[in-house]
Ligand binder design. Structure first.
Ligand SMILES: *[C@@H]1O[C@H](CO)[C@@H](O)[C@H](O)[C@H]1NC(C)=O
Ligand SMILES: *[C@@H]1O[C@H](CO)[C@@H](O)[C@H](O)[C@H]1NC(C)=O
Ligand SMILES: *[C@@H]1O[C@H](CO)[C@@H](O)[C@H](O)[C@H]1NC(C)=O
Ligand SMILES: *[C@@H]1O[C@H](CO)[C@@H](O)[C@H](O)[C@H]1NC(C)=O
Ligand SMILES: *[C@@H]1O[C@H](CO)[C@@H](O)[C@H](O)[C@H]1NC(C)=O
Ligand SMILES: *[C@@H]1O[C@H](CO)[C@@H](O)[C@H](O)[C@H]1NC(C)=O
Length: 532
């Protein structure tokens, strides 16, 4: 079990609560001691290790009926509501582990969702963090709650995480009778954007931040995502290509042209920046496993950078990233998040026809930039000066957010702060994870400890390793607390992605701008690769 595993690691050297602290009594009495402005405490629940908890009060789009979350370690769960204005507020939870390390962790959200990510809560608390999560100011996965309520948009843009952290730290201190030692953040996608927002505008909230596949430059991202429908057209258009063609013979043709650029034929395009795919070989006019010249043009446009009014707005979709998830962007309809964002925020009109979105809509959204949701501020000196550490990562086969966007942010910070890569290395490192999809999954060595992955197996089998070389969260902890920065992240690919079935291969992912480079030998061994 994890608990015995924990004790072997110096990193988890315990900062236990004061002498006389009684976890069980704290769990039953903390509610009566909490008096925080704007906070209503709903319930406290003592959750013993090994429990599957259910969420009868959650929105079904967040937690489908019958779903549950395995909780690997003893936890005291406190649920609260915090008002953020007279017409908005967040539902938040604080999970306080019996085996507390003194650390604090905030989790994030995904998409447009107002869903607490319980798998991340279970993961953080099992690793000994006092862990918080919030519903981002609304319940459910839809953007409809934004309609006519800019305060709910403000919660989504920045206020939910910040409020959650301020209140969560106070709850943690009341519970344990002593403040936390260091504060961390772990999130991906919208959660990655939330991590960057904290670094940019709330630099005092965290000592260490892990921001994966960040949905940064949000307005342009919404436009880029929506623009694919303008490229592909609907399913009956001559420009449209069925998803099975994308993930079938087109994907194969991309691999034929680009898989071995890195010297290894393994289905992983190590650095898709080097892949300049040319679809013209597939043109046949008719027949199977081939495309028309018009469809070839669609492919080229999908893999081209996105411009608004002549200005580069978002990087290209990476060749090789096409997968079944790509259907959300190139499946012949308007991307749902873009549709909701424009209907309920930009135009604030539920009857707006999202099929008429066009280049001028894209420009309008960027001008509006509600509550600075763009999250693309380049000067992060305040975070640096507080000695904060930032790790970003991005799957190089991400089918939803172009991974080059994370390179772009890195370069933006570098330019704005006039810092070279080796100077940025002091507080900000970006890792390109080859063969990883959106936040998780894929053909590459994508397991980097970013999530519990919802499965009890991960923790009880010990594969949710705490080794900071293999676990991005523990890597930022080591960086903050011991000053040892990660040079690489050692990713694992499990057989069938099932930790119980053993390791298929591992690879050390290099930090940008270095490139993970094959040196020869057995390509499944990390030592056969180096950073160039
Ligand atoms: C928890 O749920 C998992 C998967 O749904 C199941 O395999 C396991 O037996 C459950 N454990 C308990 C203690 O109910
Ligand atoms: C939102 O979800 C929380 C549970 O996370 C629930 O307590 C609350 O009643 C929900 N609010 C609405 C308006 O449905
Ligand atoms: C409580 O909420 C109000 C807005 O409803 C806000 O002005 C005030 O700052 C909040 N108090 C704290 C301590 O956050
Ligand atoms: C809510 O607060 C705003 C100011 O922030 C005020 O204009 C509005 O009248 C208030 N609404 C209600 C229902 O109290
Ligand atoms: C874009 O759509 C708007 C309506 O949302 C319309 O007024 C405008 O004419 C359109 N622009 C172009 C270039 O089609
Ligand atoms: C957005 O950021 C700018 C520049 O940092 C600032 O001046 C402005 O007040 C912010 N706007 C909002 C709504 O937070």
């Amino acid at each position: 079990m994890l608990s015995s595993y924990l004790l072997h690691l110096s990193l988890l050297s315990l900062t236990l609560p004061p002498p006389g602290f009684n976890f069980d009594s704290a769990c039953s009495t903390t509610v009566s001691k909490l008096s925080i402005e704007n906070v209503t405490v709903f319930a406290t629940q003592s959750v013993p290790a090994g429990t599957n908890i259910t969420f009868p009060d959650s929105d079904p789009s967040c937690q489908p009926a019958g779903s549950s979350q395995f909780v690997p370690e003893d936890t005291c769960r406190i649920t609260m509501f915090v008002s953020t204005s007279n017409r908005s507020g967040i539902h938040m939870e604080t999970w306080l582990p019996r085996a507390w390390t003194g650390r604090f962790l905030s989790t994030g959200n995904g998409g447009l969702a107002g869903c607490i990510q319980y798998a991340d809560m279970a993961y953080g608390s099992a690793l000994g963090f006092a862990t918080v999560g919030a519903n981002n100011g609304h319940n459910g996965t839809s953007g409809a709650p934004f309609l006519n309520n800019p305060d709910i948009v403000a919660d989504f843009a920045f206020r939910s995480i910040h409020t959650n952290v301020v209140v969560g730290k106070e709850v943690t201190q009341t519970f344990f009778g002593t403040p936390h030692t260091k504060s961390y953040y772990l999130g991906c996608s919208t959660g990655g954007r939330q991590g960057l927002k904290s670094v940019q505008d709330f630099p005092e909230d965290f000592d260490g931040v892990v921001a994966g596949a960040a949905a940064a430059d949000w307005n342009h991202l919404m436009a880029w995502s929506g623009n694919f429908f303008l490229i592909t057209g609907p399913q009956n258009a001559p420009t449209f290509i069925p998803i099975n063609d994308w993930i079938g013979f087109i994907h194969q043709d991309i691999l034929n042209q680009c898989d071995t650029i890195d010297g290894v034929q393994d289905g992983i395009i190590e650095d898709p920046d080097l892949c300049n795919y040319d679809p013209s070989d597939l043109i046949c006019g008719s027949g199977s496993n081939c495309i028309t010249a018009t469809q070839a043009e669609t492919i080229s446009e999908v893999f081209s950078p996105f411009f608004i009014n002549g200005e580069l707005a978002f990087p290209r979709y990476q060749p090789g990233a096409e997968s079944i998830t790509s259907v959300l962007l190139i499946g012949g309809s308007m991307f749902t998040f873009t549709a909701d964002w424009f209907r309920f925020v930009v135009f604030n009109d539920p009857s707006f026809d999202v099929n008429t979105l066009n280049a001028s809509s894209w420009a309008l959204a960027q001008d509006l930039d509600p509550f600075n949701i763009s999250t693309f501020k380049a000067d992060i000196s305040d975070f640096k000066n507080r000695n904060g550490k930032l790790i970003t990562y991005h799957g190089q086969a991400d089918p939803l957010i172009a991974p080059v966007n994370s390179e772009r942010y890195y370069n933006l910070v570098s330019d704005a702060m006039q810092l070279s890569s080796s100077e940025l290395d002091e507080f900000y490192r970006f890792f390109r994870i080859s063969g990883m999809g959106h936040c998780a999954g894929g053909v590459g060595a994508w397991e980097i400890g970013q999530t519990l992955d919802g499965s009890a197996d991960d923790v009880s089998s010990g594969s949710a390793t705490l080794d900071p070389d293999r676990n991005v969260l523990m890597a930022v902890v080591r960086w903050v607390e011991e000053g040892v920065a990660p040079d690489t992240l050692l990713g694992t690919k499990f057989v069938n992605d099932a930790p119980t079935q053993g390791v298929h291969f591992s690879r050390r992912h290099c930090r940008f701008p270095l490139r993970t480079t094959f040196d020869g030998g057995d390509n499944t061994l990390p030592d056969s690769w180096s950073c160039q």
